[in-house]
Write a protein that binds this ligand. Structure first.
Ligand SMILES: C[S@@+](CC[C@H](N)C(=O)[O-])C[C@H]1O[C@@H](n2cnc3c(N)ncnc32)[C@H](O)[C@@H]1O
Length: 322
């Protein structure tokens, strides 16, 4: 069933509640479907609808929403009428649909080597953060390896029409290379590091060509010192850039020790704008990294709330309260 363009307030939830989720097509072409949002805003018993139903309407406004203030205020109205648990479910459902239906996203994750998987929940968090983060601050990635995650961040910035600048830091200094991988491959050799740096540059030059990140070869501590000092530095592509300023979203995926991830969070938190996001990789309690504890502690920090808090198995994803 397709969503009727003249849907009335009374019928809209009925239509959506009885339509199987499997029939949903990502309605990018239908944007902004303000008629559906109007109908939803006029519906008084929103709590009786499923999160899935409401997600499907709000999704029609998800792309390029920054450009349309009417859509934004209607969306705010609809959101204000929903209980928190439903909002969590709603945002997770929207992000999941947008990730699952995104052909390019799936393709680029296959193409570029690295540690990002479609099923690990990070892309959902990237998508949500980039749609909802405040304007005017940087997007920062700590730990880039061969460039897959920064390519996805760059893609979402372009696709969602966000103008926040993208920065990343990596010293290309690898954990877990003390012993040969599987007793077979010695990852501590300079030739492996050289391969990673060159592959990173090739990947990013190609897959981020519409929105190149500013890529700094540095340990995160040094990167944040330069950020605090508003230093002018050269990035790995030879561009001279001035660092510093507010941050809208940070993805922490560098050294996975307790101390390193804690420092990364503290360094980000100093500059994070109200409404900004932080995502810790490999921070799910079932995992055995030191950063699990740093992320759990960060989640207790005053002024931060957990996004998608009800969903098991995701990495720790925080939002600084406005
Ligand atoms: C798990 S990989 C990152 C994976 C990447 N985000 C991806 O999606 O494929 C970790 C990276 O962190 C980098 N790294 C290690 N220590 C770091 C530190 N102190 N600061 C920043 N990056 C660091 C490593 O060089 C490595 O490339």
């Amino acid at each position: 069933m397709s969503l009727a363009s003249n849907a009335s307030a009374g019928s809209i939830l009925e239509i959506l509640n009885t339509t199987a989720p499997a029939t949903l097509e990502l309605p990018i072409g239908d944007w902004p479907r303000q008629d559906l949002l109007d109908a939803l805003a006029a519906t008084t018993d929103l709590a009786s609808a499923s999160a899935e139903s409401i997600a499907r309407i709000l999704m029609t406004t998800s792309l390029r929403r920054q450009e349309n203030t009417r859509v934004q205020s209607l969306e705010t109205l609809v959101r204000s009428r929903l209980p928190q648990a439903m909002l969590d479910q709603l945002d997770f459902t929207i992000a999941t649909h947008l990730v699952n239906h995104d052909e390019y996203l799936r393709w680029v994750i296959q193409m570029v080597g690295g540690w990002l998987n479609v099923g690990d929940g990070n892309s959902q968090c990237f998508n949500h953060a980039i749609r909802h983060m405040p304007d005017g601050g940087a997007v920062i990635e700590i730990g880039s390896f061969l460039g897959v995650s920064v390519s996805v961040l760059s893609y979402y910035l372009t696709r969602l029409g966000r103008t926040n600048r993208l920065y990343n830091a990596d010293p290309w200094h690898f954990e877990g290379t003390e012993k040969p991988v599987g007793g077979f491959f010695d990852g501590s050799r300079p030739v492996y590091r050289q391969y990673c740096v060159e592959t990173y540059k090739k990947n990013v030059s190609l897959f981020c060509e519409q929105n190149m990140p500013i890529s700094i070869e540095a340990f995160s501590d040094d990167f944040f010192k330069m950020w605090d000092d508003q230093a002018t530095v050269s990035d790995v592509f030879g561009n001279k850039v001035k660092l510093g300023g507010p941050i809208s979203f940070a993805y922490i995926d560098g050294a996975h020790t307790y101390e390193a991830a804690k420092m990364d969070f503290e360094n980000v938190a100093k500059h994070l704008l109200p409404g900004g996001f932080v995502l810790f990789d490999d921070s799910n309690p079932q995992l055995n990294f030191g950063c699990v504890k740093s992320a759990a502690e960060a989640a207790q920090t005053l002024g931060f709330s957990r996004v998608f808090g009800h969903v098991n198995g995701l990495n720790v994803f925080l939002n600084k309260k406005s």
